[in-house]
Design a protein around this ligand. Structure first.
Ligand code: ADP
Length: 484
């Protein structure tokens, strides 16, 4: 395959700026593609605070793009960070992006998110026109970049760099569509006849996700099962019919993991290294987390863990229903998460009642996340829906056995003990209710109490191939088919 010039445009990418799985993908898939011989550039907003805190060296490029906004020209200087050989170009506009939160203040959204990401989308298209070679693929991610395929087709088709570019739009989570009042329409600068239900109009609002689905040359989502689920009313978030109209250009490619970055045999954030066939270090990681968090130094009880946004999607209500019974049983629980204040308060209350048995930290903390992945025996992911999920991949890699609801990517990546004992990497339940979750957890704990069987499951999980190898090649095949 001839080398391609691929441009990733995303609103977050690890290790520079991260709130969730999108960042993991937008950070690691470009590395995987570039290792396969392609030229990949990632374009991100310059979140000065978050990217500054990441410690990555950032250099001014002495280049800028100019965007017309509401009758005024705005100039955006460009900066560059190089991560493992991949160029990340950062679009500066401090009044829009140098803020305390990426998408909003804690638990909220900035009121000007539409103009923020529209500005970024236009700046990213202009930046693409300044790269060293014409672009083959514009790969856009989630609603923040939803207008790029349409803008590329209507306003950039005459620019040499983008004339032949094909666009791919990846849905990382259909629940977040980017809907905004129609009074922003004038900012788009698009002919009025694009504003209809077959394009980005949605109940008299602007829907950025719809724009991406309508105009992209191909739409992907992050697992095969989620690609099927979103065509149903249950998971389609009111876009199932619209997606059905575009299903001939929709496919699912499961996410991978940067397995060098997420590697318990070389992770400097954890207390002791461990790996396939050498699981002894895991006990030291559990003891270290117990000491760090004030949990009792008990190795006779399983440690249940969770690292998650605290949102309805993640099944936090199911978790809260189950926790009191699990504490009664004597299990230890360690949870890291941030999100809805009511969930945070409920978890704080439960932890305060039994501080030696339950630990909860509200906030976003990558180092603590790594220590919890490494320490835990069982990882909880009772999601009501889950496009792919990165948490279970990280957990399996750290021999922290996931108990998941069989939906979306969780169904595609976790092999259920009840279905296939020999190859099991976790435990799954189907119905989204606390009884089903409890039954799956009971089965996991019963298995944990049989050390030989548990060791076998841990071995399967830690050896699972969660690398990008297969999926990066699937993306390349897709890109090549669009350029044929
Ligand atoms: P989503 O993108 O829906 O939030 P994923 O499972 O796809 O869920 O990805 C979540 C990513 O964010 C994982 O890398 C997980 O480790 C990380 N993460 C989630 N919550 C926290 C937190 N509070 N602190 C640190 N990392 C977190």
């Amino acid at each position: 395959m001839a080398p391609m010039n691929i441009v990733f445009i995303a609103s977050e990418a690890a290790p520079l700026a991260k709130t969730g799985g999108l960042a993991d993908v937008a950070g690691s898939l470009p590395l995987a593609l570039s290792r396969l011989g392609h030229r990949v550039t990632v374009i991100l907003p310059y979140y000065r605070k978050q990217i500054g805190a990441s410690g990555a060296p950032v250099n001014a490029m002495n280049k800028a793009v100019t965007i017309w906004v509401d009758g005024v020209n705005r100039t955006a200087p460009l900066h560059k960070a190089v991560v493992e050989g991949v160029d990340f170009i950062l679009v500066e506009q401090d009044d829009l992006f140098a803020r305390d939160g990426i998408y909003g203040p804690a638990g909220g959204a900035w009121e000007d998110n539409f103009p923020r990401y529209l500005f970024f989308s236009r700046a990213a298209l202009e930046t693409s026109c300044m790269l060293g070679a014409p672009v083959d693929i514009l790969h856009c991610h989630d609603w923040q970049t939803g207008f790029i395929p349409l803008l590329a087709k209507t306003q950039y088709q005459h620019r040499t760099h983008l004339a032949k570019a094909k666009s791919v739009f990846t849905i990382h989570n259909l629940a977040y569509q980017g809907c905004f009042p129609s009074f922003w329409l004038h900012r788009l600068g698009l002919p009025a006849d694009y504003y209809h239900t077959g394009c980005y109009e949605f109940y008299s609002q602007i829907n950025c996700m719809k724009a991406g689905i309508a105009a992209a040359d191909h739409v992907t989502t992050v697992s095969k099962t989620y690609a099927e689920e979103i065509l149903t009313p249950e998971y389609g978030c009111a876009l199932n019919g619209f997606l059905g109209d575009h299903k001939n250009k929709l496919s699912g490619i499961v996410n991978g993991l940067d397995i060098e970055n997420w590697d318990p045999s070389g992770d400097s954030a954890i207390a002791a290294p461990f790996g396939p066939g050498k699981l002894a270090g895991k006990a030291a990681c559990k003891a270290a987390l117990q000491a760090e968090t004030g949990l009792s130094s008990d190795s006779e009880q399983p440690m249940l863990t969770m690292i998650s946004r605290l949102a309805e999607q993640k099944g936090v209500d199911l978790l809260l229903d189950c926790i009191p019974g699990w504490l009664q049983e004597g299990y230890q629980i360690a949870i890291l998460g941030s999100g809805e204040p009511a969930w945070e308060a409920a978890l704080h209350r439960l932890a305060a009642e039994r501080p030696q048995q339950m630990y909860f930290h509200a906030g976003f903390d990558e180092g603590l996340a790594r220590r919890i992945y490494a320490a835990g025996d069982i990882f909880l992911m009772p999601s009501r829906f889950e496009p792919c999920g990165l948490g279970q991949l990280m957990a399996m890699r750290y021999a922290n056995i996931p108990v998941v609801r069989a939906t979306g990517g969780l169904k595609d990546t976790v092999t259920d003990y009840a279905q296939d004992r020999n190859n099991a990497t976790g435990f799954a339940f189907t119905e989204p209710n606390p009884d089903a979750f409890r039954a799956a957890l009971d089965s996991a704990v019963e298995t944990w109490r049989k050390p030989i069987v548990w060791k076998h499951v841990m071995g399967n999980a830690i050896k699972r191939d969660s690398s990008w190898d297969a999926s990066a090649n699937s993306y390349l095949e897709l890109y090549a088919s669009l350029n044929d």
